[in-house]
Design a protein around this ligand. Sequence first.
Ligand code: FAD
Length: 388
Amino acid sequence: MVILGAGPAGLVLGNLLLAGGVGCVVLERATRAQLGARQRAGFLAANTVRTLERHGLAEGLLRDGRTHTTCEFRTEDGRFRLDYSSLGRGEPHTVYPQHLLVGDLLTQYLNAGGQILFGAEAMAVQGAAGTRPVVTVRDGDGRPGRWHGRYVAGCDGRHGAARRSLPPGAVRRHRLDHGVSWLGLLAEAPPSLDAVGYAVHERGFAGHMARTPEVTRYYLQCERGSSAEDWPDDRIWDELALRMRADRYGPLRRGPVLDRAVVHLESDVLEPLRHGALFLAGDAASLISPSAAKGANLAVLEAELLALALIDDLRHGTPEGLEQYSARCLEHIWRAQEFSRWMVRLLHSDPGTDGSPPFHDRLRRSRLASLRTSRSCQDWFADHYVGV
Ligand code: FAD
């Protein structure tokens, strides 16, 4: 079994396959140091934590992760908080930075005897329609190589070799551009509030998400076409303070900005998530806007489904799980996509559709009013916010 990519999807898959007695190799383009430094997600759903716990992969996050229960909305109509862990199904998030989770998964995989090649860029998956697909690779020095397996798992993200290798017409690609861009920021500064902060402002959205006691992620909606270099630290902090209404609700704790990158909010879903012997999981299967923090959670869920199905097929000769893999994942993916789209429309006026901006703005305020006042709307929100 050849796995492309050592993100959450590839490493959960690798660990579960090893535990199930299926041999595999992970091919990862980045070096080990690069992998350990890539800070991305942080909010893990309760179901994700249970999945990792079930397979003995949650030691680090149970020890060092922090329970998170509340979000706070700051809008032109005032401020309100939702303790989502006491609404709906009543589940919290666990905040545990993705690079720590990836580090834990990698250590477990290596300790279990797992094989991984760093600096190995998959170039293409060939012969996926047959029973002995080949992955062509190039190592860090540009030397070519080839790996064979009964199956290949494409866990190499949106721009990886798995997607590129799909022949025209093999899968459909459903794509949505949400029409919004965010400047994603990582600041060496303690969180400024004990909640996820969502600020809706006439100048655009601003978001605050805790990562560790020393590091906080922020988002600032920015113009399409603007570049991260347009945003020096002072401009970032002044704009965050303005949009988060720090004068009214308390100052932000400032610090150096460690990382800044413009993210266009886009979604896409490939259908089906299989082409012959090539299976897709995580961002390679579906890209989801970061508005609802679902990407890493979907990656873990899909990796578990794929691992169990592969073990059934390869160890017990039972192919039904693999046949159902795509449909089972897509059910979760579309539900998550629907909620993430709803979040985009809750936090921004809807620039992606026709109609007068003031009309869409009033709809957005009405959505927020429902969330502030309606218990059934809050229960629905909590279930989808934490669930995958
Ligand atoms: P990745 O983590 O992207 O891993 C893919 C791996 O494949 C990488 O290591 C890459 O180097 C490797 N690779 C790529 N191409 C090749 C190749 N050709 N050959 C070999 N290796 C290759 N999700 C959440 O659930 N909660 C959050 O709070 C959240 N916040 C986010 C914040 C930001 C700023 C961003 C950008 C994303 C966030 N996400 C969040 C999304 C989440 O990070 C991704 O959905 C998640 O990383 C997907 O995991 P993956 O394993 O599919 O892909």
